[in-house]
Design a protein around this ligand. Structure first.
Ligand SMILES: Nc1ncnc2c1ncn2[C@@H]1O[C@H](COP(=O)(O)OP(=O)(O)OP(=O)(O)O)[C@@H](O)[C@H]1O
Ligand SMILES: [Mg+2]
Length: 477
């Protein structure tokens, strides 16, 4: 390891001898004969470690110097050396932030051993800090791009619950809105960030397997249980357990989970000994749990237990201005990944990003931008690169009929359980009705009776509207 040592001692011979042994190890040595010069070199040359003599000329001794150095660099390792090696001095030095104390005459071997160890501790601490900063940058709340009011609220609540490691959290929101990202962020912002984060998707496996995975089992609990197995609840000990798609959890298991939360204990399958629930539970769902409760598919009591802190992730279509910011963030990301240098997003493509309704939310946006960066030839992403169909081409639809592909996009959404995208500056209700009727007529091959059924209106009402909007004429010509 290459490192620079600052040696402050008024005794030239001592400085020289430390230099000689240090240089054998490839360390660079900076010398200073008193505290003032030492501080100056500390500031200008930023050494990695300092060796300070206690008795220095000029009024500032080594212990005081150690304190002043720590004002400049709090973590800087300092080794104190002294001719008057008394236990009191040693204690004083350690109290003032030195990592060790060595008497003179110096045992050079020991000196270098202490230096090596201190430097390697610093390197490890730096590495840990770097890694955890990286993890935070990758998964922390800072990674949640967007500044709309709803997202600010998400981050604010998220940070608050993170601080309480026993609090259960329910994350709701459509697919691709960032629930998993928030779950990671809560974990990383909690005091237990260095403990495990365990994740299980309730939709991914059949009931019995899911139960065995979560709770673990004792040998002989069932035919395949050849050996005792720890459950993931145990693996998550001290950390966070993320139960994704909780809406898919079978009712039987919901009862068992409720019991875990209420009693804060659980047992392995086939086991008798209660184990402590030592993790924070975060559950997520993109389903309408309230509807599922009405239908008897989800237990109300479990819902209330989970939703002590409930965080709702807004769909992207409600975050119009964030869409462009997030898109730009993905442009930068994929530029780096693919070694491209797309400068940004052209205005028409921006408009398309804002008007589109993003059923797949940020995941869909991410994919669209990934593709656009990959295939984009020009300096700016054009709307054609985005491969998405606009819901509303312009904020105020013109009287002219919509292009074919727009109608298809609306059709798709109408079939999809109905989603209407409302542009920022409002819509013309009549225009919406007109477009809907056009879609219905197209869908029903211009059969007015079928279209009326499709729109749940009487034939008379439809006929009246067709006439009002002049749609018949459009069809017939
Ligand atoms: N605010 C955000 N800023 C930047 N990227 C985001 C943001 N929210 C989500 N993403 C990214 O969008 C993608 C989807 O997010 P995530 O997997 O967290 O969604 P989800 O809500 O868990 O979806 P699903 O319900 O389908 O599991 C991920 O790549 C994630 O990193
Ligand atoms: Mg998810």
């Amino acid at each position: 390891m290459q490192a620079t040592l600052l040696v402050v001692d008024d005794d030239r011979d001592i400085r020289e001898i430390i230099r000689q042994v240090a240089e054998i190890k490839d360390y660079e040595v900076i010398e200073a004969e008193d505290a003032t010069v030492g501080l100056e070199k500390m500031r200008t040359m930023a050494p990695d470690l300092s060796i300070l003599d206690v008795g220095l000329p000029g009024g500032i001794d080594g212990v005081e110097l150690c304190q002043q150095i720590h004002e400049i660099s709090p973590q800087h390792p300092v080794l104190i050396i002294s001719g008057q090696a008394t236990p009191e001095k040693a204690v004083e030095a350690l109290k003032h932030g030195a990592f060790d104390y060595l008497g003179k005459p110096l045992n050079l071997e020991k000196l270098m051993l202490l230096v090596d160890r201190a430097l390697s501790n610093v390197a490890t601490a730096r590495e840990i800090e770097r890694v955890s900063d990286e993890r935070k940058a990758v998964y922390g709340f800072d990674r949640l791009i967007g500044s709309c009011k709803q997202m600010e609220q998400v981050k604010d609540t998220g940070r608050k619950v993170a601080a309480v490691p026993s609090a259960t959290v329910l994350l709701t929101g459509e697919s691709g809105t960032g629930k998993e990202l928030v779950a990671h962020a809560i974990h990383l912002a909690s005091p237990n960030a260095d403990k495990p984060f365990v994740e299980v998707n309730c939709a991914a496996m059949p009931e019995q397997l899911l139960e065995a995975e979560l709770f673990g089992y004792e040998k002989g609990a069932f035919t395949d249980a050849k050996q005792r197995k720890r459950g993931l609840f145990e693996v998550a000990s001290g950390g966070t357990f993320f139960l994704d798609e909780i809406g898919e959890m079978p009712l039987n298991l919901q009862v068992k989970l409720l019991k875990v939360i209420e009693e804060r204990t659980f047992r392995r399958v086939g086991g008798t000994q209660p184990l402590q629930m030592k993790f924070r539970l975060i559950a997520a769902t993109n389903a309408q749990l309230m509807e599922q409760i009405e239908q008897g598919k989800f237990r109300r009591d479990l819902y209330y237990r989970l939703a002590v802190f409930s965080i709702h992730l807004p769909p992207l279509r409600e975050r119009n201005h964030d869409t462009v910011t997030i898109a730009q963030h993905f442009v930068d990301k994929f530029n780096r990944e693919f070694g491209k240098s797309i400068k940004g997003i052209a205005p028409d493509a921006e408009r398309l990003l804002i008007s589109y309704n993003w059923p797949g939310n940020i995941r869909e946006l991410r994919n669209a931008i990934e593709r656009a960066v990959l295939i984009g030839a020009g300096p700016y992403i054009q709307s054609a690169d985005l491969a998405i169909l606009p819901m509303q081409d312009s904020p105020t639809p013109s009287k002219a009929s919509m292009p074919e592909q727009d109608i298809d996009a609306m059709m798709m959404n109408a079939n999809d359980g109905f989603q209407i995208d409302v542009p920022q500056n409002g819509v013309n209700m009549e225009e919406v009705e007109k477009q809907l009727i056009r879609i219905a007529m197209r869908h029903c091959h211009n059969n007015a009776s079928a279209a009326a059924r499709f729109l749940r209106m009487t034939r008379e009402t439809l006929r009246y509207r067709l006439k009002k909007y002049g749609i018949r004429e459009e069809i017939e010509t």
